[in-house]
Design a protein around this ligand. Structure first.
Ligand code: NI
Ligand code: MN
Length: 227
C-alpha cells in the first residue's frame, strides 16, 4: 500500500491512504502561498493540531461540505460542536485511538491554541500516525523539546517539522529535532508563508544531509511525497 503526503503550503497537509483522505490543519483561503482552493479539497478526516487560524481557518467549511470527521483535542472538538458541527472525535495529549484509516496519537507541542474568536483551545498537539505500519510524526507548531527522543523511539518513517522560526522551531532547533527523532525522512514545513518565517529550505536540507542519517525532502507547494 502506498501512502502519499501532499504539502499545500504553510502547515496544511493531505495524506491519502488507500483512497482515504486525511487533511491536516486546513488553511487555504487566506494562505498567501496556497495553490489549491478550499472548495476543491476532499476530506474524510480532518486533523487539527491547535486552534490558531493558520491551522483551522477552512476546517468548518470543508467539514460541512465533505462531512469529514474532525479529530482534535477535547476543547477544539467542543468548539466545533458549538459551531453546529457534530462529527468530531476528541482525543487528548498522550492518547491514541485506532481509527478506520490508522492509529492517531496526540503528542506534546509547546505552543498556544486559542481559537480565532478568542475561545480556549486547550493544549496544542502534534500527531503520531501509524498508517499501514508506517510511522509518521507531524510535529505541528512547537518549540524544540528533548522528549522528541521518546517519540523517535517508535522508529519513524517520516517526520514533518516546522523550520520557520519566530512562531515555532527555527532551522537550528529543527536540525536538533531531527537528531532527537532520527526519522528515515524529514519534510520541513511552516516556513515561507510570510516574512517573519522566511527560510532557505534547501540550505537546511543540506545541513540535514551533512549532519544526520536522514533524508530531507523539500516539497514544492502541492508537491507530494510517497512512502
Ligand atoms: Ni500556531
Ligand atoms: Mn501556525
Amino acid at each position: 500500500m502506498t501512502i502519499s503526503l501532499t504539502w499545500h503550503g504553510h502547515a496544511t497537509l493531505s495524506i491519502n491512504s488507500s483512497g482515504t483522505k486525511i487533511l491536516v490543519d486546513p488553511f487555504f483561503s487566506d494562505n498567501p502561498v496556497a495553490k489549491t482552493k478550499a472548495s476543491d479539497v476532499g476530506a474524510d478526516y480532518i486533523l487539527i493540531s491547535h486552534g490558531h487560524g493558520d491551522h483551522t481557518a477552512d476546517a468548518l467549511n470543508i467539514a460541512t461540505r465533505t462531512g469529514a470527521m474532525i479529530i482534535s483535542n477535547f476543547e477544539i472538538c467542543n468548539w466545533f460542536n458549538s459551531q453546529g458541527y457534530e462529527n468530531v472525535h476528541a482525543q487528548h495529549i498522550g492518547g491514541g485511538y485506532q481509527h478506520p484509516f490508522g492509529h492517531v496519537k496526540l503528542t506534546v507541542a509547546f505552543h498556544g491554541s486559542g481559537l480565532p474568536d478568542g475561545s480556549y483551545g486547550g493544549m496544542p498537539a502534534g500527531f503520531l500516525l501509524t498508517i499501514d505500519k508506517k510511522k509518521i510524526y507531524i510535529a505541528a507548531d512547537t518549540a524544540l523539546f528533548s522528549d522528541m527522543k521518546l517519540i523517535g523511539q517508535v522508529g519513524l518513517d517520516l517526520a514533518v517539522l516546522p523550520i520557520g522560526d519566530n512562531f515555532t522551531m527555527g532551522p537550528d532547533d529543527a536540525l536538533q529535532a531531527v537528531k532527537f527523532l532520527d526519522p528515515q525522512v524529514v519534510i520541513p514545513y511552516h516556513y515561507n508563508t510570510w516574512e517573519p518565517i522566511t527560510q532557505d529550505q534547501h540550505a537546511w536540507a543540506e545541513r540535514v544531509r551533512v549532519e544526520c542519517a536522514c533524508q530531507a525532502v523539500i516539497l514544492e507547494v502541492d508537491g507530494t511525497y510517497s512512502l
